[in-house]
Write a protein that binds this ligand. Sequence first.
Ligand code: MG
Length: 167
Amino acid sequence: MLSKTLEKALNDQVNKEYYSAFLYLSMSSYFESVNLLGMAAWMRTQYEEEVMHAIKIFDMIADMEGKVELKSVEAPPVKFESPLDVFTKTLEHERKVTGMINDIYSLAREENNYAVQSALQWFIDEQVEEEKSALEVVQQLKMIGDETTPLLMLDNKLGSRELEPGA
Ligand code: MG
């Protein structure tokens, strides 16, 4: 069972996960436009992961007898300055998402809803990974600065990322 408050919070989160998906797809398109195809592929994988997150919460609502209410998704930005700009925004965005997940978890705790707390545990762990991987790229891009060769090496490395099952 879900209270109306938790049902709304989870529905909002479904929408935010789809926004995340759109954001990363937009970033993927930016990387395609500047021919950093490894980073474009990385962002495409990120997009697919976010769609899975949305569906995971969608299922959570339905499994707990809640009502899913899909809303229109906000348009993501389309202009980006540089790879560093993109990954800095990725990190900022993921930190924001972590805050949202934490807020829903706090709500579930106040309401003594153990099922939601348990289901959200996966997302809490996932956010640690999301922040870690974005921060790693931000720091490496800062080290690289304006040099082309290491940028292309990093692009190559990021292009080999595979979609993690269940992520
Ligand atoms: Mg997510």
